[in-house]
Design a protein around this ligand. Structure first.
Ligand SMILES: Cc1ncc(COP(=O)(O)O)c(C=O)c1O
Length: 380
């Protein structure tokens, strides 16, 4: 079988993985119940906690980001519990679906897709429903290229009994997240986005307020029972089931790279690349989809110009230029495209992608002008 592995991944995950990280996956497999693996896991969890910016507990899960979302809900929600799901995109909706799977009494706080969640509405809903047990939100709504005000909402939730669950799958390690400062009780993330490791591992942080709830909640999942993870961790620094040893190597190295770059520097780099991408696309006459006040720094969403189809545009970029960008999801399919600029992305990826977007559009009959010229000024 022949695969083309030379594509430029400008999708919002999985992202390009540095060779240093990939190379760790060629290391021999070690036993997962050995002191060596224990030391590796402890060091990786320690690094993960630094990136989460938490002094509380964290666990690594062999599985994708959704496994961590599922773990967060299945360990905190019993049948009939009131759950407030703040939704303004596909991944916020995923939390709502998971909560419904566990038969929660869900309250869907629907916000416009393309805009940020409304803090006042969250406040009102919690005041009207003081018995709310869990509040969920996605920090960086990858499906729309929107960033939600999780710090402000954290301040609101803090004054209530409810616990605050935040998905930072496409922001942690790229955009500013301080789990403890933002009053996040459970934070979930994935390996394959801003952390720039391969897909296959997720992480979850849990503070004392969350443990109080977890300890009173019936266990509903066997594989994702967080109490089993905690018990094994406390007794022997192990995971309850066989972890992906190779992914632990990769996460360790990827997190080391994140911390060596420095969180502040990394956030600034993502800001800069987001600004360059937005400016470049706008200079081509392309309208950005997310409202200005709500734009993500890790993924940019844009509306297709009149007459340009999703199939032709992304097909041309992929087949002719080996560049992958993402399309829209749910009702935004065919209407928007999304450029991921997260993780290990560099200046030449940003400018190269913008140049090839221009070339692709020109090929399809839309004269986009020169967005690269404008974008490059943001990279100086
Ligand atoms: C914000 C967000 N949450 C959750 C997920 C789901 O993660 P996974 O596909 O790793 O299960 C994604 C994936 O794109 C995401 O972007």
């Amino acid at each position: 079988m022949k695969l083309n592995t030379e594509k430029l991944l400008m999708i919002p995950g999985p992202t390009m993985v540095p060779n240093e990280v990939l190379n760790t996956m060629a290391l021999p497999i070690i036993g997962h119940r050995t002191a060596d693996y224990g030391a590796l896991l402890e060091d990786t969890v320690d690094k993960m906690k630094k990136v989460f910016q938490t002094k509380y507990d964290a666990h690594l899960i062999t599985g994708s980001g959704t496994a961590a979302m599922d773990m967060a809900i299945s360990n905190t929600v019993d049948k009939g519990d009131k759950v407030l799901n703040i939704v303004n995109g596909n991944f916020g909706d995923r939390f709502y679906k998971i909560a419904n799977t566990y038969k929660a009494n869900t309250m869907l706080l629907d916000n416009e897709w393309g805009d940020m969640a409304d803090v006042e509405k969250v406040k009102e809903t919690l005041e009207e429903n003081p018995d709310t047990k869990v509040v969920t939100i996605v920090h960086n709504e990858t499906s729309t290229g929107v960033k939600n005000p999780i710090e402000e909402i954290g301040k609101v939730v803090k004054d209530h009994d409810a616990i605050y669950i935040v998905d930072t799958v496409s922001s942690l390690g790229g955009d500013y997240v301080d789990v403890d400062k933002f009053n996040i009780d459970i934070c979930v993330t994935g390996s394959q986005k801003c952390i720039a490791a391969p897909p296959g591992m997720a992480a979850i942080s849990v503070n004392d307020k969350a443990w109080e709830v977890i300890n009173k909640t019936e266990t509903k999942s066997f594989y994702l029972d967080i109490k089993a993870y905690q018990k094994k961790w406390e007794s022997s620094k192990e995971t309850p089931y066989t972890p992906s040893v190779s992914m632990t190597y990769a996460m360790n190295k990827a997190l080391e790279i994140v911390l060596d770059e420095g969180l502040e520097t990394r956030f600034k780099r993502h800001d800069k690349f987001a600004e360059a991408t937005r400016a470049g696309l706008e200079a081509m006459g392309i309208e950005l989809f997310a409202k200005e006040r709500a734009r993500s720094v890790t993924v940019t969403s844009a509306l297709y110009p009149e007459g340009i189809s999703d199939k032709d545009f992304r097909g041309t970029l992929n087949n002719d230029y080996d560049v992958l960008v993402a399309g829209g999801q749910a009702h935004l399919k065919g209407k928007i495209f999304r450029v991921g600029h997260m993780g290990s992305v560099k200046e030449h990826h940003i400018l190269g992608t913008l140049a090839l977007i221009e070339a692709g559009l020109k090929k399809l009959g839309y004269d986009a002008g020169c967005g690269v010229d404008v974008a490059k000024d943001y990279l100086l």
